[in-house]
Design a binder for this molecule. Structure first.
Ligand code: ZN
Length: 273
């Protein structure tokens, strides 16, 4: 679709910023949960979810957070969707060893390599870099939050980002995430010292089977709020146990950016992958 091609072209220009933010993979390992410090491309700058560096002030860290017109997350109104049957994400995930770290903003798990797991959208391969968690959910569907939202961050060879978002509500235990919750560090991980998760984890098992996918063009949901991110939010929520949810919330009681203006964007619903 043309709107994707245009945005992804622009995205490549912002490449140096892309692994920070929603993909806080390598930028903030020395931060503490209380200070939530994070390095930006222009130097040390702080952001958090509460207090004087909360989302209302993220424009001080990156102007895009305040002035962008394609920001994430959003509320998805299911009475106002388009239905173009292109862009269905093809999932090529497999059982893989992962490591987990506490980066000061969330718990994040990264695969042992960035070649074994990828998705294909409109012919482009996006390789899984990491997944991480937010509570409550960041996206809302018909105005309602879920308890938790998982973001699988995938990157193409030219640096374009496609995120798979899955909402979770408290209910049955999630066996796929058990190793993540069991291994997640309680305090912020030292640089390059993630914890190995025992065994393997197949990220495909995190995706609700048979769920339609809600697609739109948005941004990283954390500074620098870089736009050109291709969002794929699964419409059917998954389940985690109340104990799993509370274990994460004990570390991060709330790490969700409020929903942003649509600014004329549309959300397209595609069939289940
Ligand atoms: Zn995220």
């Amino acid at each position: 679709m043309n709107r994707h091609a245009t945005t992804l072209g622009a995205l490549a220009l912002g490449l140096p910023l892309l692994l920070a933010g929603c993909a806080t993979h390598d930028s903030s390992s020395s931060a503490s949960p209380s200070s939530s410090a994070s390095a930006s491309a222009t130097g040390a700058a702080s952001w958090s979810y509460t207090g004087s560096t909360d989302p209302e002030h993220w424009g001080d860290v990156s102007t895009t957070c305040a002035t962008g017109t394609a920001q994430s997350p959003i509320n998805i109104d299911r009475t106002d969707l388009t239905h173009t049957a292109t862009g269905v994400p093809e999932i090529h995930y497999q059982a893989t060893t992962f490591e987990v770290e506490n980066n000061g903003h969330t718990i994040e798990a990264a695969p042992a390599n960035h070649t074994d797991n990828y998705v294909v959208i409109d012919g482009t391969q996006y390789f899984l870099q990491q997944f991480h968690l937010h509570t409550t959910s960041e996206h809302t569907i018909d105005g309602k939050h879920a308890d938790l939202e998982l973001h699988l961050v995938n990157k193409s060879a030219d640096g374009a980002i496609a995120v798979l978002g899955v909402l979770f509500n408290a209910g049955a235990v999630n066996p796929t995430l058990a190793g993540v919750f069991d291994s997640m560090p309680k305090s912020v991980s030292a640089d390059d010292h993630p914890e190995p998760i025992p065994g393997t984890l197949n990220p495909a098992d995190l995706l609700p089977a048979g769920s339609e996918v809600l697609e739109y063009e948005g941004s990283l949901t954390t500074p620098p709020c870089t736009e050109g991110v291709r969002w794929n939010v699964y419409e059917t929520p998954g389940s985690i146990s109340a104990k799993q949810l509370s274990a994460f919330q004990a570390l991060y009681p709330k790490n969700a950016r409020p929903v942003q203006e649509l600014d004329g964007r549309s959300v397209n619903e595609v069939p289940a992958p």
